[in-house]
Design a protein around this ligand. Structure first.
Ligand SMILES: Nc1ncnc2c1ncn2[C@@H]1O[C@H](COP(=O)(O)OP(=O)(O)OP(=O)(O)O)[C@@H](O)[C@H]1O
Length: 326
């Protein structure tokens, strides 16, 4: 495993995945506006990084940029590098290889991922078959992973179609298919949000256990800080198209310094005694399109000063804020 940065994001040397001042602008009626402003983040082999933040902060855009899946009309600045190669320089073959071999993506809704008319067995073995593995060998690998992750009656499951499986079971199949290709990186975009709470826990536990066993890196996208903290080594907190803080998951509660991270922590269920009202983050979430031009959090920040509205704070030492927040 490569050396990891202690905090912040200064240690890009040897990174598996590197977002380097990634900026994405989309056309709006008032001209191009940024949905990602300047995202810099490195992910190392075998590492799990959680990308957390409210709706519209740009988590999905960041993940999609890895696979070249940004909106066609978007203008892109900066770079996304996988094993040192800028993915914008890849031709169609290179992109296909990246998507089918190096990086797997697990989305929120498994039913949108799996072809509804094909069998589970076909879906599960697709990547391996594309690589030239025989059908029987591919089925053996896929079936082995399903069994490993606790799916019962595997031979029957392989013959079933997606509509015959529950959402939780189908998401396990999607995770099994992602693992079958032995990618170096899994991008998981809110992989359990569409599932009920008990199933959520099981599915996250499977993803966590399997990727640790295999040494697969994980970019785990979630609006749930607690969930991300449970499965990730580091947490990158996003707000309005910017990463405002990056810190080790295990010391998130003690070491959080950004006013937004602190507000998210106070808004967690369980952060107040039973019966007491939760403190929500004041104001409404903003996307990069709407955010002010200085510090993106200035409009909602309880300690913002005049220059916060005019100066963009740099992400230094893991935090993009120079103020001391109680
Ligand atoms: N295809 C698109 N064209 C233009 N703008 C888009 C497109 N997709 C998303 N956006 C905008 O980009 C911003 C970031 O969206 P993104 O989906 O990355 O946020 P998110 O943090 O993943 O939010 P959520 O948790 O709601 O999925 C939002 O303002 C969104 O409206």
């Amino acid at each position: 495993m490569s050396a990891r940065p202690v905090d912040g994001d200064d240690g890009a040397m040897g990174a598996l995945l590197e977002f380097d001042h990634l900026r994405v602008e989309v056309p709006t009626p008032v001209g191009p506006r940024p949905v990602l402003r300047s995202v810099s983040l490195s992910l190392f082999a075998g590492e799990a990084v959680g990308l957390v933040g409210e709706s519209g902060s740009g988590k999905s855009m960041t993940a999609r940029s890895v696979l070249g899946m940004l909106p066609g009309a978007a203008t892109i600045g900066g770079a996304v590098r996988f094993r040192g190669t800028d993915i914008s320089t890849l031709d169609a073959t290179g992109l296909r290889r990246l998507r089918s071999r190096d990086v797997a993506m697990v989305f929120q809704d498994p039913r949108a991922t799996v072809n509804p008319v094909r069998t589970i067995g076909d879906f599960l073995t697709e990547v391996l078959r594309e690589r030239g593995m025989s059908r029987s060998a591919a089925v053996a690998v896929g079936a082995g992973i399903l069994a490993d992750i606790g799916v019962d009656d595997v031979p029957r499951r392989l013959k079933q179609r997606p509509y015959e499986l529950s959402g939780g079971l189908l998401q396990r199949v999607v995770i099994a298919a992602a693992l079958a290709g032995e990618p170096a990186l899994i991008l998981a975009d809110e992989p359990t949000t569409a599932l009920d709470v008990t199933t959520q826990e099981e599915v996250v536990a499977i993803l966590d256990e399997q990727r640790r066993q295999r040494g697969t890196a994980l970019l785990f996208i979630s609006h749930d800080l607690e969930l991300a903290t449970a499965v990730c080594d580091r947490i990158a907190v996003m707000y309005a198209g910017e990463i405002v803080e990056i810190l080790p998951a295990k010391s998130l509660h003690e070491d959080a310094r950004h006013p937004y991270t602190k507000a998210l922590l106070r808004a967690r269920p369980g952060s107040v005694p039973p019966g007491e009202r939760l403190q929500t983050v004041p104001g409404t979430p903003q996307s990069g399109i709407e955010a002010p031009s200085g510090c993106v959090f200035a409009d909602r920040c309880p300690v913002a000063e005049a220059d916060c509205r005019t100066t963009v704070p740099l992400l230094v030492g893991g935090v993009a804020c120079h103020l001391e927040v109680p």
